[in-house]
Design a protein around this ligand. Structure first.
Ligand code: FAS
Ligand code: PHB
Length: 382
């Protein structure tokens, strides 16, 4: 079968199918170096970690990943820890998306999998009768497929082939993200809802800190000097006993914030997975984990179809995935709305936000709701 896109969705789908004896060709427009260096997500949900371990991808993850048992919400000048282990008995692992991609590419190539990097002019045809992918890899190619998976992200070509309805929301802010060669000073993530704007403290390793600042939606990262970034982070993340190590920036970029769902996620023998079908604001750390959840369902469905002629799974694919997608969309919207304050927000909104934050950290039931959504709902539970 044909898979368009070598991000977490496309690569993991290829890996899961190969374990069922189903071969695939992955077509990727970028170079291997580019996709392995692209800095994006950092949090693996519990179900994602369990799956990667189950399918032979746990070695580097367990050696380099950082297990976390909670996060802190910082507001009203104080810290409020959400203790995942106490509330729901499981946690998350911080492990960069690019490391997951490296592990997947290495596994696919070691298993003789086919990934064609730097292809161009990908076009999908015939998905309701004879699926065909046109592309160039130095010369024009045509690849007849029994099934095609569109795993080419938000800006890919596959979604346009599916007659679909869009449900979306744009937010009046973006995130300025930095990766700094600076040792983390705190062992868990801190989400700060400051009156000047949101800030997130995260990390990648004992030497590298990952940090984000809420900025206006049209922000040019070049207008933020390193000094200005560190000063603003220092204000928004300020708390008793908290210090922030500064260091040279490895990466700096601005990510827009949107909620987006395309329904349905299937047309004929074309199946969308991951960002090709949906986008969440990263406040809930759901993006990559949703992509993993989609392809876990798709791999099971395609195994039924291609090995046993059973269409039950593929017929249920879209609605099965969309239940989890909409749960993640709501959680990501809720975390974003609760934590992104701005100096020009109306006073009523800010009091609602503070009330929501205070209830979330003072009610065990409310904290448990945050915890179970953040660490990830078990596969098949929704
Ligand atoms: P991806 O976008 O990762 O992969 C799609 C692949 O398809 C890419 O390699 C692309 O080059 C390729 N492609 C596109 N068009 C193609 C074509 N026509 N032909 C062939 N190949 C094509 N999520 C979080 O949880 N936390 C975060 O902090 C976070 N930060 C992010 C920052 C940025 C800048 C972006 C864009 C996303 C971020 N995300 C974050 C979300 C991100 O992690 C996605 O959810 C995740 O990459 C989804 O994986 P895929 O669905 O595989 O899509
Ligand atoms: C990250 O470490 O990149 C990260 C962590 C949590 C989020 C978003 C991004 O919600």
């Amino acid at each position: 079968m044909g898979i368009v896109g070598a991000g977490p969705a496309g690569l993991l789908l290829s890996h899961l199918l190969a374990r069922q004896g189903i071969e695939s060709v992955v077509l990727e427009s970028r170079s291997r170096e580019y996709v392995e260096q692209r800095v994006r997500a950092g949090v693996l949900e519990h179900p994602t970690v369990e799956l990667l371990r189950e399918v032979g991808l746990g070695e580097r993850l367990d050696a380099r990943g950082l297990p976390h048992e909670g996060i802190s919400l910082r507001f009203d000048g104080g810290d409020h820890r959400i203790d995942f282990t106490d509330l729901v008995g499981r946690g998350i692992v911080v492990y960069g998306q690019q490391e997951v991609v490296k592990d997947l590419i290495a596994a696919r190539l070691a298993d003789g999998g086919e990934i064609r990097f730097e292809v161009s002019n990908v076009r999908i045809d015939g998905v309701t009768e004879d699926p065909l992918i046109h592309f160039d890899d130095g010369s024009p190619q045509e690849m007849h497929c029994d099934v095609i998976a569109g795993c080419d992200g938000f800006h890919g070509v596959s979604r346009a082939v599916v007659p679909h309805t869009v449900f979306d929301r744009l937010y009046p802010f973006a995130w300025l993200g930095i990766l700094a060669q600076a040792a983390p000073t705190h062992h868990e993530l801190v989400y700060a809802g400051h009156a000047r704007g949101f800030a997130l403290y995260s990390m990648r390793s004992p030497e590298v800190t990952r940090l984000y600042l809420q900025v206006p939606p049209d922000t040019d990262a070049d207008t933020w000097s390193e000094r200005r970034i560190w000063d603003e982070l220092g204000v928004r993340l300020a708390a008793d006993g908290f210090t922030l190590n500064e260091g040279p920036l490895i990466e700096k970029g601005v990510t827009g914030m949107r909620s987006f769902v395309a329904e349905p996620m299937r047309h004929g023998r074309l199946f969308l997975a991951g960002d090709a079908a949906h986008i969440v604001p990263p406040t809930g750390a759901k993006g990559m984990n949703l992509a993993v959840a989609d392809v876990r369902v798709l791999a099971e469905a395609l195994t039924g179809l291609l090995r046993h002629g059973d269409e039950t799974g593929v017929d249920a694919y879209s609605q099965t995935c969309l239940r989890r997608v909409w749960r993640a969309e709501h959680f990501s919207w809720w975390m974003t709305s609760m934590l992104h304050m701005g100096e020009d927000d109306d006073p009523f909104t800010r009091r609602l936000q503070l009330s929501q934050l205070r209830q979330t950290v003072s009610s065990r039931a409310a904290a448990t709701t945050l915890a179970e959504n953040y660490v990830g709902l078990p596969h098949g539970s929704i």
